[in-house]
Design a protein around this ligand. Structure first.
Ligand code: CP
Length: 320
């Protein structure tokens, strides 16, 4: 799809909407990480709030299921002192045939300042950002196979916290690259932030043909792909977006690509293991690895709040 690069930034070059990591500068991505660093301590205070978005109203519009992203967006907005509306799509007027545009206009009439949107259609967040009034901000919480930019940024934040910087790092993304909005957003983010080497590891049926053009090394053998990497990001099989049988079975996938302690021996001794969740134990990752000392999976969830606070406050802080 076409990425409308300029839709995300205002005339002063500040973040206006957060729709994709693609097309944003290293300076802006680093500013998100630095701001998140300042917000990371808020959750540890006795009063877990800062007044930055007091008086603002944020609506969470999730047209697809979510545990981590929806709840951490809600917590982030509340910690910024915003008023939060969680729209229950199952019981909303969209179930009676109302269009997305009409639902948005209805919420805009209630003077919402920001919509956090998850939608099954790639491009939905850009579409909405192109339609809302100039004072309203849009944050993409995952659109189809296209982008999940706050997930990519919280993964980058987790890596930077452990490794200090990106410049000398080799990072591998393993699993269902084909259907993954997380992988796409991570590739743009990590390349922009300047990692040394980015790899994707998957069977041929789960890697899109254009991958090498994005500046990543493609591996079909996991043991070769994991050699000396500093961080491994595992992805689940996104069966809900697969059309037809792309794999023999989940068991077969685990045998060929599942991350085990044995396979991790190929990586750098200080390798860290990430997973955006939801995790499927015994399909893409062994429980010993998911719960092991190298796993930062639950840290990622915590950092999601700080990253989302950073993104929401930056989008709200810019001029129209
Ligand atoms: N990583 C992620 O998007 O998880 P949820 O589907 O639980 O939000």
């Amino acid at each position: 799809m076409t990425v409308h690069k300029n839709l995300q930034i205002n005339k002063e070059g500040r973040l206006k909407h957060f729709l994709s990591t693609e097309g944003l500068s290293r300076e802006l991505l680093t500013e998100i990480l630095d701001n998140a660093e300042n917000f990371a301590g808020v959750g540890e205070r006795a009063v877990k709030k800062v007044p930055l978005l007091r008086g603002k109203t944020i609506a969470n519009l999730f047209f697809e299921p979510s545990t981590r992203t929806r709840t951490t967006f809600e917590l982030a907005a509340k910690r910024l002192s915003a008023d939060v509306l969680n729209i229950n799509i199952e019981s909303s007027a969209t179930k009676k045939g109302e269009s997305l545009l009409d639902t948005l206009q209805t919420l805009e009439a209630m003077h919402c300042d920001m919509f956090v949107v998850r939608h099954a259609n790639s491009g939905a967040a850009h579409f909405i950002a192109s339609l809302v009034s100039s004072g309203v901000r849009i944050v993409n919480a995952g659109d189809g196979r296209h982008a999940h930019p706050t997930q990519a940024m919280l993964d980058a934040f987790t890596v930077r916290r452990h490794k200090g910087s990106f410049s000398g790092l080799k990072i591998a993304i393993v699993g269902d690259i084909m259907h993954s909005r997380v992988a796409r957003s991570e590739i743009h983010a990590f390349n922009t932030l300047g990692v040394k080497e980015l790899r994707v590891i998957a069977p041929k049926t789960l890697i899109p043909a254009y991958m090498s053009a994005l500046g990543v090394k493609v591996f079909h053998n996991i043991d070769a792909g994991l050699k000396d990497v500093d961080a491994v990001i595992m992805l689940r099989l996104q069966n809900e977006r697969m059309q037809g049988a792309l794999l023999p079975s989940a068991d077969e996938f685990f045998k060929m690509y599942g991350l085990t302690e044995k396979r991790l021996e190929n990586a750098h001794p200080d390798v860290m293991v990430l997973h955006p969740g939801p995790i499927n134990r015994g399909v893409e990752i062994d429980s010993d690895v998911a719960d092991g000392a190298r796993s930062v999976i639950l840290e990622q969830v915590s950092y999601g709040i700080a990253i989302r606070m950073a993104v929401m406050s930056m989008c709200m802080g810019g001029s129209e």
